[in-house]
Ligand binder design. Sequence first.
Ligand code: BV8
Length: 239
Amino acid sequence: MVNQKRIFILSGAGLSAPSGIKTFRSDTGLWEEHNVIDVATPEGFRRDPSLVTEFYNARRRDTLRAKPNAAHKALFKLEQSKHFEVIHYTQNIDNLCEKAGCDRVIHMHGSVMEMRCLNCNSVISTIADTSMKDQCISCKDIGCLRPNVVWFGEMPYGLDMVNDLIESCDLMIVVGTSGNVAPASEFVRYANCYEKHAVLLNLEETQSTQSFNEVILGDCSKTLPQYVDELIETKGKVY
Ligand code: BV8
């Protein structure tokens, strides 16, 4: 549609925290309970595939139980607004945005609701626990399924479009991420280069707070709905 303002959104674990999904780097975060090297690297999977498979089974069970919070619903409302064209890159592997109705979501770190076959590369949706005894429904090989999740040292999905999407956007919204993980943490630098208005909605300051034109601190299940309502009411004239 003509005159729609384009919004590029990046989200992280803080978006799903109000739904009870654990974040990574808080004092009760996932990386406090597990060694990242053991559960979020290809080497860790090769060393102990059953440990990694169970780590993601537990997170899939949490995801299945979780409900979208007001922040996810605000992102759906923004997607539905005729004033905006939204593209949302999430670092999250849960499906709470989709449960809220969103369909403009790129899971750059993959999805806990999918497995990928190491033999034929087929991607298979799953809601059940998986094991190394499972058979690939495509190539029928057994013991070759891994979580379709991007581990450290692996190439995230969708990167080829990011530069153009940020160059052509009118506004960047970053919500619920500590900005610790590249290349997602670099997206705000693209916005700076292209002189795009970048707003961070996060519970606390992060290491890249200085890169943002606007910082709104607080629980995103409260701050994001307010921000989205203001955007829609002003047809995007808040910046
Ligand atoms: C790649 C697996 C290249 C999926 C994840 C040295 C320096 C710099 C970079 C590197 C380096 N050495 C290696 C690298 C690259 C590395 C990296 O960045 N490492 C970091 C840790 C130093 N990156 C990679 O390896 C990436 N790949 O670079 O590939 C390449 C090139 C060619 C060929 C091949 C490869 C891959 C990155 C993806 C790794 N996978 N996880 C999973 O299990 O989930 S990363 C993991 O961190 C999650 O995906 C997570 O999404 C991501 C980012 O964390 P956050 O989402 O920000 O979560 P965090 O807990 O940190 O923060 C939550 C925030 O929310 C907090 O600020 C909190 O205050 C806030 N919050 C909490 N509650 C709320 C809230 N905010 C608002 N409201 C609330 N209610």
